[in-house]
Design a protein around this ligand. Structure first.
Ligand code: HEC
Ligand code: HEC
Length: 507
């Protein structure tokens, strides 16, 4: 018997009478709903998602439950024998310490961090994650930069559109690469080609005859040209991949598609007594819930001076070069979200694993407001990002180069352009969430952002204020807001309606 098993068994002997059945996942302690039991009301069958037996509305609702559930040991919370590594990894050295703020599990639900200004949003500084501490074995209780990269919680509103943009950009970049290759083969000599996707430049690739490439001059994306829009580092390809990582990392809830018998030889890889903690269908629902979170929009102030500042600030934002990286609009050619993502790495559901993908129209389905559809059927994504990684440091300004640990091989100096579409209610700012004002975050742009930062700094104070006022107007809107751009006074009536309906519900 291992030391760990002995510890578990003696702990159970002490708690036994109270806790039995031990985290068996078999149901509540008593009959029916009486007593402690799992928080989840059951699991979702992927077939029901594919056949449409579960409607989109039901999938979203089940996904929301998975997002707000404060998991307990009956559900399979905790991972006594596994680290928080997304690659299934047994804990070899240290004992299981249960909850620990640094190496985690450190939270009870996804919404424990993603809740500002509402579920699916961002988080306060106190919700920061010590990224990469979760793979430490033994666990670390240090918050120091030698042990982890401390990151603030971003919101995932609009991330269905972000994922689809990334997929289309990947296809475009790879088409560029393939064209260069074909040309190199045809002419029998190397071909240099500028890589662009949706008008964003990603450096140059050199194709040699026979199908080899020189990717040294490729910029802001991995050499495989797959845009990974998630993580402030830009290292995760899909909501699903992120979600599977996060369930294990933060909660010790292990998804079958990554940690199950087919991949690890065990249906209880984390050895907490609960097999198959999250089904493929559970992951689909949690993903669809996030993918249908409405994109943030813009609130036009009632005050005339402020409204004018927002208008002027939006123009200045472009003229001083901010829009070079924070693209005010990217066009999504086909606004249909489909799950799963074809670029998912192994260990995540892929299109070949399903009989039919789950699809919905980002410009029509799910909670409002929806993406804006153009007359030709395409849609506009106003996320203020280019989905490209940049280095914002130079000899004088290097506040954003405060990390020491390299994540997924990406330089510690680079971060993906932060989406600004929710910046009006996503304080605090910066990847560590250690800046309390928008101005502070702007002035911290060095390196590739230096020219536009200096142009901002050189503005009259009034004009700087206008840029900030414009950014403050970009917000996560209350659920049910009919349009993406809304007058402050109309928003007040949306809020009033919400308040009244919640009053009626509680009656
Ligand atoms: C302890 C706080 C915390 C908890 C709990 C948490 N997250 Fe996060 N989440 C973060 C932080 C911090 C980041 C940013 C990570 C980074 O950039 O390195 C993040 C990023 C994300 C992203 C990527 C967003 C983007 O635009 O890059 C997704 C998706 C996500 N979380 C989903 C989830 C899901 C699903 C759960 C529950 C299984 C969850 N998170 C639980 C803090 C948390
Ligand atoms: C070279 C590309 C680039 C340019 C140009 C640029 N930014 Fe950024 N911006 C970024 C990146 C990358 C981040 C993420 C920084 C981090 O947290 O590591 C960022 C972050 C921000 C943030 C912090 C947002 C948050 O929620 O934490 C604000 C605000 C911002 N930029 C505004 C501006 C403004 C205003 C300008 C023009 C003066 C500008 N940026 C120019 C790339 C750029």
């Amino acid at each position: 018997m291992s030391k760990r098993q002995r510890v578990v068994i003696s702990a159970l002997a002490i708690l036994g009478a109270v806790l039995l059945p031990p985290a068996g996942g078999a149901g509540a302690a008593g009959d029916g709903d009486i007593g402690d039991g799992p928080v989840l009301r059951g699991h979702i069958d992927q077939t029901d998602c594919e056949t449409g037996r579960l409607s989109l509305a039901e999938l979203i609702e089940r996904g929301r439950e998975l997002f707000v559930a404060k998991f307990n040991t009956f559900d399979g919370q905790g991972r006594p024998a596994a680290t928080g590594n997304g690659v299934p990894t047994k804990r070899l050295l240290g004992p299981d310490v249960g909850f620990i703020r640094t190496s985690s599990p450190e939270a009870n639900s996804c919404a424990g961090c993603h809740n500002d200004p509402r579920t699916g949003g961002g988080g306060d500084f106190v919700a920061n994650v010590f990224v990469m501490a979760q793979v430490r074995d033994p666990v670390t209780d240090s918050v120091g930069g030698d042990f982890s990269d401390e990151r603030n919680t971003p919101g995932m509103m609009g991330s269905g559109a972000i994922e689809m943009l990334a997929r289309e950009m990947t296809v475009e970049l790879r088409a560029g690469r393939d064209a260069a290759r074909a040309e190199a083969d045809r002419q029998g000599s190397p071909v240099v080609r500028e890589l662009t996707a949706k008008g964003v430049g990603f450096g140059r690739i050199v194709a040699h005859p026979g199908g080899t490439f020189d990717t040294q001059a490729v910029k802001g994306v991995n050499a495989d040209l797959i845009i990974r829009p998630f993580h402030q580092k830009g290292v995760v390809v899909s909501l699903r991949e992120f979600t599977t990582n996060a369930y294990n990392h933060h909660h010790g809830m292990e998804a079958v598609e990554r940690f199950g018998r087919a991949r690890t030889g065990s249906d209880d890889f984390d050895e907490d007594g609960v097999p198959d903690e999250l089904t493929v269908g559970d992951l689909t629902a949690a993903t669809i819930f996030q993918a249908t979170l409405p994109p943030p929009g813009q609130v036009l102030p009632r005050d005339r001076r402020k409204a004018r500042a927002v208008r002027r600030g939006g123009v200045t934002f472009e003229t001083i070069g901010c829009a070079e990286c924070h693209r005010p609009a990217l066009i999504l050619d086909k606004p249909i979200y489909s799950e799963p993502n074809p670029f998912n790495p192994i260990g995540n559901l892929r299109p070949g694993d399903v009989s039919r993908p789950v699809t919905f129209d980002l410009a029509r389905d799910g909670p409002a407001p929806h993406l804006e559809r153009l007359p030709d059927g395409r849609a506009v994504v106003r996320a203020y990002t280019d989905l490209k990684r940049h280095d914002l440091c130079d000899a004088e300004i290097n506040r954003f180069c405060n990390e020491k640990l390299t994540q997924n091989g990406v330089s510690t100096r680079e971060f993906i352009t932060r989406k600004l579409w929710d910046v009006g209610n996503s304080a605090p700012y910066g990847h560590r969430g250690d800046m309390t004002t928008i101005t502070e975050a702007i002035l911290a742009h060095g390196g590739e952002g230096r020219a536009s930062r200096d142009a901002f700094a050189a503005l009259e104070p009034e004009e700087r204020g206008e840029v900030v006022e414009f950014l403050k107007s970009l917000q996560i809107l209350p659920e049910g807001t009919p349009t993406l751009v809304v007058q402050e006074r109309d928003l007040e009536s949306v809020k009033q309606r919400e308040l009244e309906s919640s009053r009626q519900e509680s009656r």
